[in-house]
Design a binder for this molecule. Sequence first.
Ligand code: ZN
Length: 179
Amino acid sequence: MPGSITNGLQVRYEQTAVRLFAALPLSGPLPRIEAVPGLRDRRGPVHAGAYLREGRIAFDCTLAEFPRIFVHELFHFAWPRAGNPVRRSFEDLLRRELRAGARGELGWSSAWRKEALDAGDIRRRTRRWREYCCESFCDTAAWKYSGTARHPEFTLDRRFRDFRQSWFVATIETRRISI
Ligand SMILES: [Zn+2]
């Protein structure tokens, strides 16, 4: 029965979400978690979608991938709530990385956006730049907090991972952003 399989998956998603959320430096209610087979956005099939205003996240992914995808989506709720100084500070970190020639990222979502950037995007802080910064923030959180030690999408050079790790400890873990 497809319905009961979806319900079973949703329960497993929720159990994992509650466990991960308790250990994150965020406060506030956990968004609603939904299992949605065949999930798509305007680009095509996707593993998840965060609906910030509705306070829910839809998923179509394996249980093995769920922690990384869940933490990424949850930090989409944190980015707009983090405030300008925090966002600008993370942008500065990424700008320094790019200047230092950092290659790779910590997830596909930020990786393809990083590839598409040009010097003008960074200088003028275009929408493309700001979207890259948001996705990089969410991918970095997923890398740090999902318990996923290794993943083919973790391609950022080691020393830059260390800078991001320190930034999260100093800037996010001292604040407990309310989502
Ligand atoms: Zn994202």
